[in-house]
Ligand binder design. Structure first.
Ligand code: BTN
Length: 325
């Protein structure tokens, strides 16, 4: 079936809004015979569309495949700038690397680089990030805020709020954020965020915000060493979750919180972040590049920096660390 027939057939069924369309009606729209329609319907099924056929009523679209493409992301996207330019790849080493490249080539504000699979996904602290084929959301967002570079880490927190909010809306799961970048559900990691900066001493040129979200993995899909610490939305919600819907919601909330931040600063975001925070008021160990600090996590400062009080009552300001609690 040619891709234009496929598109016409899909659009006709999608426009019917879950109602049945008879074989004859479809044949008239496409301009072919009813037998040809039956064959085209079978082809759509093979590409992952779920369709119902009922005698005397016709065909009805139940669901479309959750296969990513720039086209699918843009249909129904509710943002003004974020995600309005999409670079989609089936397989890349890391969307972060591509995003840096396209940002250097002047990709506009809000450009999204997204892949079906990453062969060399990067986590924080140079750790690998497991990014299996079509099972998760592996994407990097390019933004160009007019800010000094020391503000960059706040974007990890803003992105975490956007992801937690999107997860809540799409799946109903109430997640927690572990400073600075982990989204947890019942202590297991669902999402990680990696914010990278390209800038000068006094200004950001661009930020590349990488989001890795485990969506439709089953437990056995995770490598052995990851199984105990990570989970997916499908495992926790008990059903498959639409990646497209989730991406659109993340972008929508990211835009909303980014605008709020540029208008009012970090203060309103701090309140929101605290409503999702895990481990605050509890004993934690913060592993930084210069050593370990143990104490009680007091919360974050007005700049998004973690405050930890040790046994002697000294308050440490932590800019970057791995947290254990
Ligand atoms: C972490 O928790 O350590 C951060 C993980 C960030 C992973 C994402 S997946 C999309 C983007 N591309 C990468 O190579 N890494 C980020």
């Amino acid at each position: 079936m040619s891709s234009s027939v496929k598109k016409q057939l899909y659009e006709a069924l999608a426009n019917a809004d879950g109602e049945y369309l008879s074989g004859q009606a479809l044949a008239d729209i496409i301009g072919c015979s009813r037998t040809a329609i039956w064959k085209h319907i079978e082809e759509l099924r093979k590409s992952g569309f779920e369709l119902e056929a009922v005698r005397k009523k016709g065909y009805r679209l139940i669901s479309k495949p959750d296969k990513l493409s720039d086209h699918e992301i843009l249909i129904g996207l509710e943002t003004k700038t974020i995600g309005r330019h999409v670079h989609y790849y089936e397989s890349v080493e890391s969307t972060q690397l591509i995003a840096h490249k396209v940002a250097r080539e002047e990709a506009p504000e809000g450009t999204l680089v997204i892949a079906g699979e990453q062969t060399g996904g990067k986590g924080r602290m140079a750790r690998p990030w497991h990014s299996s084929k079509q099972q998760g959301i592996w994407m990097s967002l390019i933004i160009r805020p007019k800010l000094p570079p020391e503000k960059a880490p706040q974007f990890t927190l803003i992105t975490a709020i956007a992801c937690a909010r999107a997860i809540e809306e799409v799946t109903g799961l109430e997640t927690n954020i572990k400073w600075p970048n982990d989204i947890l559900y019942k202590g297991k990691k669902l999402t990680g965020i990696l914010t990278e900066l390209q800038g000068e001493a006094d200004k950001v040129n661009f930020l590349v915000i990488g989001i890795g979200m485990n969506v439709n993995q089953k437990k056995e899909d995770f490598p052995e060493h990851v199984k105990e610490i990570a989970s997916s939305l499908e495992i926790e919600a008990g059903h498959k979750v639409s990646k497209i819907e989730m991406i659109q919601k993340i972008l929508k909330y990211f835009e909303k919180y980014y605008e709020l931040y540029m208008e009012k600063g970090f203060a309103p975001l701090k309140i929101l972040w605290e409503s999702y925070a895990a481990g605050i008021g509890k004993p934690i160990i913060a592993r930084t590049i210069t050593g370990e600090i143990s104490g009680i996590a007091l919360g974050i400062s007005n700049e998004g920096i973690l405050k930890v009080e040790d046994d002697e009552g000294t308050i440490h300001h932590i800019y970057s660390a791995d947290i254990e609690f």
